[in-house]
Design a protein. Structure first.
Length: 376
């Protein structure tokens, strides 16, 4: 099977292009994109494959897809930007900015707990029925009423869908803007990132459908993981719906591709500056590495180290040979790496989903090829 690969690849990173081509031959990729910046300049920007399983439509240069939890890095970056400006104190109680949040014993939960999945609110207590997931006020009011499921700050438990609402409500209370609008104005537009949290109908012709994984994870129903994924329960085909795309679900419904993710996140790898624009201070980007939690995650069931908004490179998750590196990924396979030591930013985005929540061999193989290229 011959797949046409389009775009640009610096000869130094030829191994990345080879790994990308191999994903189609050996790992069943359907349509995908991979992008890398080094020292703030693109060295890889590739795309290829198809939008449909029948292979009748090609993945285009400007194709967008739902990247699931890779969206979380955009929400986190938005809050880190406000902290960098002095508008938010990450160590302050969340209720300082959102008074209603203090209900049911949550007065001591701090803003930083939202960024590190340690707030104890990994799922929803009240049943999320009908279109409640798309109703921002309903979601944040239900979270404000809820009691934490474990002692906040003591352990991480992946806030699969709730993290974006928790972070987003702080952004809204401080700026008066929805997080989708804030991100668009303060990060996406200055960096030229074609990434959207809340996508208008005008983008529908560019948004490709995801192909659901062959199998889904099924955690024990009574566990924290089971409760997290059961409510709200989101079907992998939900992103095909206009109401999903239109809503702001900052933990899960960002529409983008590898290039747009890298455009937005490059500033985090380069001292706060990207493509001629200063987004935040270098100190502001380094706050990612303030370790917040380490050990077995209550929801994902794997050992993780969390900083402020990103997973951290560690012996538990060795995603880079460089210490000051962070990462995240999305349900089905999308992934992001921000390496401040190498001043490197990487992303892989695809439409054919696998069952993993934090990446899979397709993205890992591309990242390994990238680091091998750097060391050659």
């Amino acid at each position: 099977m011959t797949i046409q690969i389009n775009g640009f690849c610096d000869p130094r990173f030829a191994a990345v292009k080879a790994a990308f081509e191999n994903n189609f031959r050996e790992h069943g990729d359907l349509g995908a994109s991979v992008a890398i910046t080094l020292e703030g300049e693109f060295v890889v920007d590739l795309w290829g494959g198809h939008l449909d399983e029948e292979r009748t439509q090609n993945w285009q240069e400007d194709t967008l897809v739902n990247v699931w939890s890779s969206t979380k890095t955009m929400a986190a970056m938005s809050l880190l930007l406000l902290a960098d400006r002095g508008d938010v104190d990450l160590h302050a109680p969340a209720a300082h900015y959102w008074p209603e949040f203090s209900q049911n014993g949550k007065q001591a939960i701090k803003v930083r707990h939202f960024l590190s999945h340690t707030a104890g609110l990994s799922g929803m207590e009240e049943a999320v029925e009908g279109d409640a997931l798309y109703d921002w006020d309903w979601m944040i009011n239900a979270l404000a009423r809820q009691e934490a499921w474990w002692e906040p700050g003591t352990q991480s438990g992946y806030h699969a869908l709730t993290q974006g609402h928790l972070i987003g409500e702080i952004v809204r209370r401080v700026t008066g803007q929805s997080i989708g609008n804030f991100f668009q104005q303060e990060i996406a537009e200055p960096t030229g990132a074609d990434f959207h949290i809340g996508a208008g109908e005008d983008l529908d012709h560019r948004i490709g459908n995801l192909v659901p994984p062959a199998q889904m994870l099924s955690p024990s129903p009574g566990s924290i993981a089971g409760r997290t994924f059961a409510n709200p329960r989101v079907d992998p085909t939900e992103p095909r719906k206009r109401k999903w795309r239109a809503a702001e679900i900052p933990a899960a419904n960002g529409q983008g591709n590898a290039r747009s993710i890298v455009r937005a996140q490059t500033a985090m790898a380069n001292g706060g500056t990207a493509f001629g624009k200063s987004i935040m201070s270098e100190a502001g980007t380094k706050r990612v590495f303030e370790k917040q939690a380490e050990g077995m995650d209550l929801v994902l069931g794997v050992p993780l180290t969390f900083g402020l908004g990103y997973g951290l490179n560690s012996d538990l998750t060795p995603i880079s040979p460089n210490q000051n590196s962070c990462f995240w990924g999305g349900f089905g396979g999308s992934s992001i790496i921000v390496d401040q030591d190498a001043r490197l930013c990487f992303s892989y985005v695809m439409n054919k989903m696998e069952s993993g929540l934090l990446g899979d061999p397709r993205g890992f193989g591309l990242a390994a090829s990238m680091y091998a290229s750097l060391q050659a």
